[in-house]
Design a protein around this ligand. Structure first.
Ligand SMILES: [Zn+2]
Length: 273
């Protein structure tokens, strides 16, 4: 395999809104840093929080209906306007779907990392974060998850989940998954850590939607398939350090390729979408 990582272009400073960590600076009874404290939530946001708590407490599943409006108005003791605004907030976050018309109403939807990705990109954009920074974060993050999965997941489970990405484990060609995102999703889910999984999947989603989608789908496919097979093997064999390094090389290679393809985009703000 050829030498992979090409030199990083020098980073140019792009301005963005200042990042403020309100929770770390809230103190001051004298009000000196009062503006750094998080703002009070509006009634509609408090209602949204209680609706979410209700979804969790009642163990509602995807597709389940929320209680009828009249029932929720009574339960939460808020105005119709606040209730509807609260539901709308959850709808925007993709956590409920509101079916309009007769027989409609709010329905629970699935936890979709794409919604987390969309919200993240709004913050990245306003903070002035660039695609270079996004890639650097990915490069740090996913190899570490690979190491954790390699060390902590039982071998049969790794074999079951990663086997389909290894040609020798699955001779049935139609079942052999070559698509690159599937491999990375499988690793994210194997971590068994929902925080890692959601963060990693939202990050991958941004890379795929903002960069990979504009490339020839067959570009680098052979190399990607080979890389995935090699990483998967190392993970199944429990060779954590090797798996971590292979994943770092793999992502490093992809990132170099993206940087070559779209040199002008790399210092752009991550777009909100
Ligand atoms: Zn890959």
């Amino acid at each position: 395999m050829a030498t992979r990582r090409s030199a990083r272009p020098a980073r140019t400073e792009r301005p963005g809104l200042p990042i403020r960590f309100g929770y770390l600076t809230e103190t001051a009874d004298d009000g000196s840093s009062a503006d750094a404290a998080p703002r009070q939530l509006k009634t509609s946001e408090l209602v949204a929080q209680r609706i979410v708590a209700g979804i969790v407490d009642d163990r509602l599943q995807v597709g389940d209906r929320l209680p009828a409006e009249a029932e929720m108005l009574q339960q939460y003791e808020v105005s119709r306007e606040s209730l509807r605004e609260g539901l709308r907030l959850l709808e925007v976050q993709g956590l409920v779907a509101i079916k309009r018309g007769p027989g409609g109403g709010p329905v629970v939807t699935s936890i979709d990392p794409r919604n987390l990705a969309r919200t993240s990109t709004l913050y990245y954009h306003l903070a002035g974060a660039t695609y270079n920074e996004l890639f650097d974060a990915w490069l740090l993050f996913e190899p570490a998850v690979v190491r954790q999965v390699t060390e902590s997941v039982e071998r049969p489970e790794k074999r079951r989940v990663l086997g389909p990405f290894l040609p020798e484990y699955d001779t049935e060609r139609t079942r052999f998954m070559s698509r690159s995102t599937g491999f990375h999703e499988a690793i994210a889910n194997l971590s068994g850590n929902r925080v890692l999984s959601l963060m990693l999947r939202s990050l991958s989603h941004i890379v795929v939607e903002h960069i990979v989608r504009d490339l020839d789908p067959m570009a680098e496919q052979d190399e990607i398939i080979d890389d995935h097979a090699e990483i998967g093997r190392a993970m199944i064999e429990g060779r954590a350090q090797r798996a971590q390094k292979l994943m770092a090389d793999h992502i490093g290679h992809l990132v170099s390729f993206y940087r070559e393809q779209f040199p002008d985009r790399m210092d752009d703000y991550v777009q909100w979408r």
